[in-house]
Design a protein around this ligand. Structure first.
Ligand code: ADP
Ligand code: ADP
Length: 248
């Protein structure tokens, strides 16, 4: 069974009624930001979601993590619908499904040292702090030797290093799903390749599953098993990566 399942998901937003439409008594059609999307993410898989700006990628991600109530359809995590989650289910879900953002400052506090940034998720999820855990997470993201980075603030790290710390923060709680939201699009091209390789190796080594969201097919094609192309809220094509590349 899939770890995470998006089933016929819909998220519509109502448009504000303007003066003319209220005068005429006409109602505007809602924006179909996500329109009947179904994607299955199985263990050890990387599913890519690509599409231009405005096609619904962020809305999809927000709905997958429960920040939006769906207009229709379901998100199912390990066989259980988010809509049926208990408080304990939410706790487990928040630990096990980790997000990596485009901007590392979405997850890194500029006032926190690397050590503090990594200690925080342990604290939040009730996992014992240990120096060893922190070191291991930094080694996993190839910040070696860890001692060199522990007391640095984000401003003392390069863009690629900041993104590595964000990834370390995600994996330190031992999640089973990573949702990567354009994690390399702010980085220069050579760093992009290194971070992509790292994410790909980590999913393999740690047995994770990943949903990788991007506006750019070329960055995802190396690491995704399958690619879903979104257009105006709908998935207009889903195929194994090699097939998509053969028929652009
Ligand atoms: P992407 O992440 O692919 O750029 P979004 O999910 O941000 O796309 O947006 C998809 C569509 O939904 C766009 O037309 C956008 O204007 C609309 N939209 C997104 N969020 C809201 C909101 N909170 N209220 C109204 N419309 C929204
Ligand atoms: P909307 O903007 O769609 O009204 P809500 O703020 O009502 O979104 O939250 C959407 C859903 O996500 C709700 O069912 C809520 O219970 C759930 N949810 C989101 N975050 C949490 C959380 N941290 N703990 C428990 N439930 C949460």
């Amino acid at each position: 069974t899939p770890v995470l399942e998006i089933r016929n998901l819909k998220k519509y937003f109502n448009r504000k009624e303007g003066f003319i439409s209220s005068l005429l008594g006409t109602t505007k059609k809602p924006i179909r930001a996500v329109d009947d999307v179904s994607i299955e993410l199985r263990e050890n898989e990387v599913q890519g979601i690509i599409g231009e700006s405005g096609c619904g990628k962020s809305t999809l991600l927000k709905t997958v993590i429960g920040l939006n109530d769906p207009t229709g359809g379901d998100i199912v995590y390990k066989g259980k619908r988010l809509a049926d989650f208990s408080q304990d289910d939410w706790k487990e879900f928040r630990k096990n499904v980790q997000i990596i953002f485009q901007n590392p400052f979405e997850s890194l506090d500029p006032k926190f040292t690397v050590r503090e940034s990594l200690a925080e998720p342990l604290n939040i999820h009730g996992i014992d702090y240990s120096e060893e855990r922190i070191h291991e997470a930094l080694e996993r993201v190839q910040l070696n030797p860890p001692q060199k980075y522990l007391d640095r603030l984000p401003k003392q790290l390069s863009g690629g290093e900041k993104q590595r710390v964000s990834i370390a923060r995600a994996i330190i709680v031992e999640p089973d799903v990573i949702l990567a939201d354009e994690p390399v699009s702010m980085l220069d091209v050579s760093t992009q390749a290194a971070i992509l390789r790292l994410l790909s190796d980590l999913t393999e080594d740690l047995g994770l599953s990943m949903m990788y969201i991007s506006h750019d097919l070329s960055t995802v094609s190396d690491i995704c098993d399958q690619i879903h192309v979104m257009y105006l809220g709908r998935v207009v094509e889903s195929a194994p990566t090699n097939q998509i590349l053969d028929n652009p």
